[in-house]
Design a binder for this molecule. Structure first.
Ligand SMILES: O=P(O)(O)OC[C@H]1O[C@H](OP(=O)(O)OP(=O)(O)O)[C@H](O)[C@@H]1O
Ligand SMILES: NC(=O)CC[C@H](N)C(=O)O
Ligand SMILES: [Mg+2]
Length: 506
């Protein structure tokens, strides 16, 4: 669930790429990178941190060129080392830089193929480096001195044939153009848009439409599942369906949590989808407890504000912002370690006492994943004098790992895994817990675009739409990426800065 962007413009793209990354920052806080191409030379800056911390004026000045790609990272494979910051680069063929959002589920097998059959070297354990090398190999084997749009599309078809999982990617072929492509299920999102300049039409491809809005690009449309969109250096755009079989199954968790509400994703307004989530949740509350005694609905900022508002309205009770967020703390869920997440909740949110004192409060959050947030907030609500503390989740219980680009690899770290709703309620210390039904969540999104008949809901129902996920795979990723393994990895990572892509302190 990273943020990716690519721009083909008529003048330097550095500032626009930077601005787009800051708009996409909610998708990844761990590392950021930009690569531009100027007269055949690539300029690159990447490192750990937020976009504003990674790019200084001196870097921006050197990131010249009318074409470039950018990335903000939320790690879902490999470590958090600067060596895994993106875009990744490979010199052959042509010089390709790639920014990836998602997760390949067959990266391990592909790594072997890349070495043994494709005769290529991988320097990290990032699945994105795998994706880049597969794309590069598929393009190289066409043996062209200069690749055409057709060649690029053939290479994307080759990627579809070999890579499994969820991926949205933007690749820049030095001196030739930029291609954006999605996996055949369109699990991860991607849109493109255009902007008119005096010198001609400019294009942007990005994870979310908010990146286009912020920079004056007009949303043209989503890239379809399995489709690729290629823009050459002169600004000629071509698109092609490259997958043998494509069927939209976008990740519903984007609508729950990841995406910004002002984005339009696969034709669905994320804002409206969240409004509908709140209405349906209220309908469930009214059905279960027609004589409820809720005095006030309080959202847990930020992501549940919209669902909280529509829920309160439908319930006919007051909506109050009883929790204030420290805007300088990032999103806690996408932080890499549990201790960091836990500490950040208290630093991030504080109660306004009068909204809790002697009241029956319905707290609303978009989802409960590890239970880090809700446990602490319920405690805070009680400390603030609430009479009763009810809790509503705009998403159903998260019970299964995600394998498509959300870092929820270990089932036993999910508070609802193997537990009934009542058990979760007891664990988090609420007086009543109500979860959204999955059908209602799906309807909240599907009502925004009737053409999408299926969503990836694997974290709620354990059904993995790519069909290649078995228990052994889940055990493997759980062992490799649970919180304990990640903190051990972080401790032993002192040498990481010495990898090929150094994070120079300059
Ligand atoms: O059950 P948990 O493991 O705590 O995860 C769920 C919480 O994490 C997210 O908030 P986050 O602070 O990341 O971002 P937000 O400010 O966008 O709500 C999400 O909105 C929930 O509040
Ligand atoms: N969240 C993502 O999209 C992550 C991309 C890639 N799998 C990584 O870990 O770097
Ligand atoms: Mg939240």
């Amino acid at each position: 669930m990273c943020g990716i962007v690519g721009i083909v413009a008529k003048s330097n793209v550095n500032q626009d790429l930077y601005d787009a990354l800051t708009v996409l920052q909610h998708r990844g806080q761990d590392a950021a990178g930009i690569v531009t191409c100027d007269n055949g030379r690539l300029n690159q800056r990447k490192g750990n941190g937020l976009a504003k911390d990674v790019f200084h004026t001196r870097h921006m000045q050197r990131l010249t060129g009318n074409i470039g790609v950018g990335h903000v990272r939320y790690p879902t494979a490999g470590s958090s080392s600067p060596a895994l910051a993106q875009p990744f680069y490979v010199n052959s063929p042509y010089g390709i830089s790639l920014a990836h959002n998602g997760n390949l589920t067959n990266a391990e097998e592909l790594s072997k193929e890349i070495f043994q059959t494709d005769l290529r070297h991988l320097n990290t354990d990032s699945d994105s480096e795998v994706l880049l090398n597969i794309f590069a190999h598929e393009l190289q084997k066409l043996g062209k001195l200069a690749p055409s749009a057709e060649d690029v599309f053939t290479a994307v078809s080759g990627v579809h044939a070999r890579c499994r999982g969820g991926y949205g990617a933007i690749a820049m072929v030095a001196n030739y153009g930029i291609v954006g492509f999605r996996d055949p299920n369109g699990i991860r999102p991607m849109v493109f848009g255009s902007r008119e300049s005096e010198a001609g039409t400019e294009y942007m491809i990005a994870s979310e439409s908010v990146a286009l809005d912020g920079l004056g690009f007009k949303l043209l449309r989503d890239i379809a599942p399995g489709e690729a969109v290629y823009i050459d250096m002169d600004g000629n755009l071509e698109s092609r369906q490259c997958a043998a079989e494509a069927k939209a199954s976008p990740c519903i968790f984007e609508h729950v949590y990841f995406a910004r509400p002002d984005s339009i994703m696969d034709g669905v307004s994320v804002y409206k989808s969240r409004l509908r989530q709140g209405e349906k949740l209220a309908a469930k509350v009214l059905a279960l407890r027609p004589d409820h005694d809720i005095d006030v609905v309080v959202p847990i900022p930020d992501s549940s504000r919209i669902a909280g508002q529509s829920m309160a309205h439908k319930l006919g009770v007051k909506f109050r912002e009883g929790l204030v967020k420290n805007r300088y703390i990032g999103r806690t869920f996408i932080m890499p370690g549990q201790s960091q997440r836990k500490k950040s909740v208290k630093q991030k949110l504080n109660t306004i006492g009068l909204e809790f004192k002697d009241k029956n409060v319905m707290l609303v959050d978009d989802s409960i994943v590890r239970g880090t947030t809700c446990r602490q907030i319920i405690e805070m609500a009680r400390d603030a004098g609430a009479a009763k503390v009810y809790f509503a989740s705009a998403a159903p219980p998260v019970r299964y790992p995600n394998v498509y680009g959300i870092d929820m690899p270990a089932a036993d770290e999910l508070i609802a895994h193997g537990r009934s709703e009542q058990e979760v309620c007891d664990l988090i210390g609420a007086d009543w817990l109500v979860y959204q039904d999955l059908d209602d969540l799906v309807a909240s999104s599907a009502e925004g675009n009737q053409e999408i008949t299926q969503f990836d809901c694997s974290v709620f129902n354990g059904e993995y739409i790519t069909g290649d996920i078995d228990d052994q795979y889940l055990d493997r990723i759980a062992a490799a990426r649970n919180d304990k393994s990640k903190s051990l990895q972080a401790e032993t990572e002192d040498g990481a800065g010495i990898a090929l892509h150094n994070d120079d302190a300059s």
